[in-house]
Each structure stands twice: as structure tokens, then as C-alpha cells.
Design a protein around this ligand. Structure first.
Ligand code: SDX
Length: 429
């Protein structure tokens, strides 16, 4: 075991260095406080590993992303979303029998309890679908108590996981129908995962939805690319909440809330707002970049930059190619595609972005494709959540499988008032 040495207060403390399967190294500080009285401080956890994980590998300098060792490029091109969900959660691609059982679970658990439909009556049509999604996922723990066990049991987990992955589609589609005043469309047992979601979203009694294989493939690629991304903000939230032994529904609900933020999963919606603003108001690319570089503007170039990727985000590359192909090979047109490509090219030549290693991330092109599919802009982050759900579940399971389960409880450095005493109101200045 390699060691690092910390010299402090006249003592030399040896700290073990752990090495991952891809050669990544970390100093294990589990015993730091006992041996030195010190803790570490790392605001935003920029240099801190929260766990050891076998699920996803990212190399931010080389633009590598692999799920359980399989390159994202291969999965995006050849796998189905349900295969990728199974791979992330259980560690290997399913064989025929495993795929059949998983598909059956997804089909059998695609409807939500009829009484849950009444929740939608309480939401105004303008309710943000992320608020609806978080509410309904947490409410699942009220209706699906047979799967919900305090002591984490494997057989209930399989059903709970499939039920969440299947029903999140239904909840999302129902929130869209609620927003446009159309009746909910029940899932069809003979449709595959993404086709069923599109059917529930776009079918109506007066205008039947006709599945389009190209659209299904684009949506499946989008969901696969979003499926996991190691210890990002929302997945770390799922782990932290789950570490208290909160049930899976409550843990996933917390992850959905964390994902909503515009610095994280909410960026895809902000990218389209940014591109539409350029398109509608004739703002030049230069003006857009200038405001993103202006510290006082509080404007960011949404869809650019990443905590881990300091070279290209492989997911952005795949989506850019997907957008160029789908718009070139069809009669679909969207002026935002060209604006996005121009904006990317200008930013990648700009010293400010080069110096800070800011490249397009997954959110830069995903919104254009969600829009092409017909997803309303305020549902883009919901789509991110649908894609990311298997990864959140996989990370929650990995944490529970680890023994002992340690509740997450970071420390702090206190910088407030030193000791002082209560002063009665009449004596206060
Ligand atoms: C996702 O973690 C994950 O894996 C997330 C994700 C996943 O799959 O789960 O990949 C999904 O969240 C992608 C990111 C989506 N967010 C955005 O596109 C929002 C815009 N991007 C940024 O806000 C920012 O780049 C972050 C939040 C993504 C990363 O922030 P960091 O790592 O904390 O970096 P930082 O904010 O400290 O920025 C470093 C410098 C700063 O300038 P200086 O103070 O050094 O002068 O770069 C600047 C920042 O101001 N900067 C940007 C910028 N991103 C960083 N300036 C303008 N536009 C940007 N987009």
C-alpha cells in the first residue's frame, strides 16, 4: 500500500494512498482526525472523493466516459436504454432471460395508482414539471409500500427499481398532458420503453400518435447519454439522503430536486432560452460571449464548462453529430442548430474559454434534440431525470451493498462568534 506523509505539529502522519482500476489515486483520510486532530476543507468537493465505485469511469482530460467499463460511444450506438439501465444497476448487460424479466417488470409497473391521478388536479397547468416529478416520486412511497422496506431487501429492490424507471415516464407524460389540458394516455404493454413514453406524450383521442423509429432512436440515445455520471451533484445527493436509510423513493426525490438547478440539470433549458434569445433578438455571437465573460453580468454560457471534463465531453460530441445527422437527413429545420454550432466554434477560439478549459457539455446540444422530438422546453430537465434515474438507483444500491453503511456527515470549520452570553431584550442596545 502506497503512503502519503503529512508533517504537522512536529508529527509525521502516514496516510494510505488507494489506487483505482484505471490508475486514479487518492489519499485515504479516514483516520486523519484521529491521528492529527485535523480535518480537510474542500468547498464544493472539487478535490474530494466520496466513495469507491465500480459503476462509471470518467477521464476528464481524455474525454472518456464508460458505464461498467463499456465506452459510452458503443452503448449510445448499439444498446437500448433498458439494457443500459440493467447494466448500470446490476453490473453486466442482461442475458435474454434477465432482459425478459426486466422488460416484464417495466411493462407491469408502467401505470401509476389511479388515486395518484388526483394529485394532478392540485397542480396548476403552469406547474413546473420538475416540481410535479419530485412530488409524485416521493408520493410513490405512500402507494407502493409493498416494495418499500426499511431494511433493504434484494427482491423488493428489483421491483422498486423497475417500478421507478417505468413510472417516471408515465408521471412525466401525465404532467405534460395536464399542462395542455389533454386527457392522460395510458401506457401500452406492447410498446418498448421510449416508444411508450412518446406514445403517452403525443397520442390523443383525436390525433393518434404514429411511432417514428428515427425519433425513438434519438430519444434512446439521449436517455443513454444521461444515464449516469459518477458522483455529480444530484447523484451525490441521492447517496447522502440514502445513507440515512431513507427509502429509495425519498432518496430519488432529493436527487431530482438537486438536478433541477440551472448549474446542473437545469442548464439544458437555459441553453435553449439563450439560443432563442440570440435568434429572436438578433443578439450577435460576440455579444453573447461578451456577457458570459463579464463577471458582473452573472450570465454564463450555459451548456459550457464542467467540473470534471477539461477537454471535450464525449456526450456533447455524440449529440452534436446526432443533431447534424437528423437535421441533414430530414425535412426538419431549426435555426438554433446553426446558432449553437457557431457559438461553440466562437467560444472554442476565445482565450477566456480556452484558458479556463471550458468546452460544450451534455446540455449544450441535448435541448435542440429534445425540442426536435417535440418535448416542451420546461420538460428538458425532466428528460434528464428520466435518463439519469438508472444511474441514481445504481449508485444508491452500490452504497447499500457496501458494508458497513456509513451515514454521510461532513465536518466544517466554524468561523462564527466565539463564546458569548444571552442578553435580555431590555438590556440590548
Ligand atoms: C451537468 O457533474 C456532472 O457530471 C454534471 C453533469 C452530469 O452529467 O451529471 O455533467 C451535468 O450539470 C453539466 C453542467 C451543466 N451546467 C452548465 O452548463 C452551466 C454553465 N456551466 C458552469 O456554471 C460551470 O462550468 C459548471 C457549474 C458546470 C462547473 O463549475 P465549476 O467546476 O465550479 O467551475 P467554476 O464555476 O469555478 O468556473 C471556473 C471559471 C470561473 O471563472 P474565474 O473565476 O476563474 O475567472 O470558469 C468560469 C467561471 O466564471 N466559467 C464560466 C462558465 N463555466 C465556468 N464562465 C462562463 N460561462 C460558463 N459556462
Amino acid at each position: 500500500m502506497e503512503k502519503a506523509e503529512l508533517i504537522y505539529g512536529g508529527k509525521t502522519i502516514g496516510l494510505p494512498v488507494v489506487t483505482g482500476t484505471e490508475g486514479e489515486k487518492a489519499i485515504d483520510i479516514s483516520r486523519l482526525r484521529q491521528e492529527s486532530g485535523l480535518i480537510t476543507l474542500d468547498v464544493g468537493y472539487q478535490n474530494t472523493g466520496s466513495c469507491m465505485s465500480e459503476i462509471t469511469f470518467i477521464d476528464g482530460d481524455r474525454g472518456i466516459l464508460r458505464y461498467r467499463g463499456i465506452p459510452i460511444e458503443e452503448l449510445a450506438e448499439r444498446a437500448s436504454f433498458s439494457e443500459v439501465a440493467y447494466l448500470l444497476i446490476y453490473g453486466d448487460l442482461p442475458n435474454r432471460a434477465e432482459q425478459a424479466v426486466f422488460s416484464q417488470y417495466l411493462t407491469q409497473n408502467s401505470m401509476i395508482h389511479e388515486e395518484m391521478l388526483r394529485f394532478f388536479d392540485g397542480f396548476p397547468p403552469t406547474a413546473h414539471p420538475m416540481a410535479i416529478l419530485a412530488t409524485m416520486v416521493n408520493a410513490m412511497s405512500v402507494y407502493y409500500t409493498d416494495y418499500y422496506t426499511e431494511d433493504f431487501q434484494a427482491q423488493t429492490f428489483d421491483l422498486m427499481a423497475a417500478s421507478l424507471i417505468s413510472r417516471i415516464r408515465t408521471i412525466a407524460a401525465y404532467s405534460y398532458k395536464h399542462s395542455i389540458g389533454q386527457p392522460h394516455i395510458y401506457p401500452k404493454p406492447d410498446l418498448k420503453y421510449t416508444a411508450n413514453f412518446l406514445y403517452m406524450m403525443f397520442d390523443s383521442p383525436v390525433d393518434p400518435y404514429v411511432p417514428d423509429p428515427d425519433i425513438e432512436k434519438v430519444l434512446s440515445t439521449l436517455l443513454i447519454l444521461h444515464a449516469d455520471h459518477e458522483q455529480n451533484c444530484s447523484t451525490s445527493t441521492v447517496r447522502l439522503v440514502g445513507s440515512s436509510m431513507a427509502n429509495l423513493y425519498a432518496s430519488i426525490c432529493s436527487g431530482i430536486c438537486a438536478l433541477w438547478g440551472p448549474l446542473h440539470g437545469g442548464a439544458n433549458q437555459k441553453v435553449i432560452d439563450m439560443l432563442e434569445n440570440i435568434d429572436r433578438n438578433g443578439i450577435s455571437i460576440e455579444e453573447c460571449l461578451a456577457s458570459a465573460k463579464d463577471k458582473n453580468s452573472r450570465v454564463r454560457l450555459f451548456g459550457f464548462g464542467h467540473r470534471v471534463y477539461k477537454s471535450h465531453d464525449p456526450r456533447a460530441r455524440i449529440l452534436k453529430q446526432c443533431a447534424k445527422t437528423i437535421f441533414r437527413n430530414s425535412d426538419r429545420r431549426d435555426s438554433l442548430v446553426n446558432i449553437a454550432i457557431e457559438l461553440e466554434e466562437a467560444a472554442l477560439k476565445d482565450e477566456f474559454f480556452i484558458e479556463r478549459k471550458l468546452y460544450p457539455n451534455i446540455d449544450f446540444y441535448s435541448g435542440i434534440l429534445f425540442r426536435m422530438i417535440g418535448i416542451p422546453t420546461n420538460m428538458f430537465t425532466v428528460m434528464f431525470a428520466i435518463g439519469r434515474l438508472p444511474g441514481m438507483i445504481a449508485q444508491w444500491k452500490e452504497m447499500h451493498d457496501a458494508t458497513p453503511l456509513k451515514i454521510g456527515r461532513p465536518r466544517q470549520i466554524y468561523t462564527g462568534s466565539t463564546l458569548r452570553h444571552y442578553i435580555p431584550l431590555e438590556e440590548r442596545p
